[in-house]
Design a protein around this ligand. Structure first.
Ligand code: GAR
Length: 205
């Protein structure tokens, strides 16, 4: 069976949605490890409640380079059998940019969720960006991670209408509901081997 590693930095609600769906739908993937760069991440306690192993590498107190930090992550992933051959890594609110070495080693095995319809509004504060731009729709995107910021091949997107009186918070709340659905669906598609790549186009069978 495939092994899943989830990387978080905080609340972990996407992680929770994925773990719930795996359990409920008996998706053929083993939730092997949750790693946080923040020792106070709420998601760590949630992962433990699901009986999933957790690990912390505190990025605030880490003295080495980005590459060295990611080597530590890779060694924990490997210890938990989340390998490029037999694993999937989900970034779920993981607020760090990965080193090119990590991305290369796990090519098309790392996925991310972003709270906007990429390629619009990449980077931080995506919901605020969408409101300030005056967009009428936003949403969320699940995509493979490549060497750019939020630029990798798109797997799934879900849209949300932006209302005239939306604030960053109200929009974020509605997008989050869609994020939980989209991320769980993407993990299921990956686990069931239904995702094929043609160049940067993702085909779902
Ligand atoms: C989510 O909205 C996710 O899309 C966003 O952080 C939040 C994490 O929430 N990620 C990014 O903005 C990455 N660029 P969660 O910890 O409750 O899943």
């Amino acid at each position: 069976m495939l092994n899943l590693g989830i990387l978080i930095s905080g609340r972990g609600s996407n992680m929770e949605a994925i773990l719930k769906t795996i359990k409920r739908k008996k998706i053929p993937i083993n939730a092997a490890i949750v790693i946080s760069n923040n020792p106070d991440a709420r998601g760590l306690g949630v992962a433990r409640k699901f009986g999933v192993n957790t690990a912390v590498i505190d990025s605030k107190n880490f003295k080495g380079s980005r590459k060295e930090f990611d080597e530590k992550i890779i060694s924990i992933l490997k210890k938990n059998k989340v390998t490029p051959k037999n694993g999937l890594v989900c970034l779920a609110g993981f607020m760090r940019i990965l080193s090119p070495e990590f991305v290369k080693k796990y090519k098309n095995k790392i996925v991310n969720i972003h709270p906007a319809l990429l390629p619009a509004f990449p980077g931080l504060d995506a919901q605020k960006q969408a409101i300030e731009y005056g967009a009428k729709y936003s949403g969320c995107t699940v995509h493979f991670v490549d060497s750019g910021v939020d630029t990798g091949p798109i797997i799934l997107q879900k849209t949300v209408k932006i209302l005239d009186d939306d604030t960053e918070e109200t929009l974020a709340k509605r997008i989050l509901v869609k994020e939980h659905q989209a991320y769980s669906e993407a993990v299921q598609l990956f686990a069931e081997n239904k995702i094929k790549m043609i160049g940067r186009n993702v085909k779902i069978s």
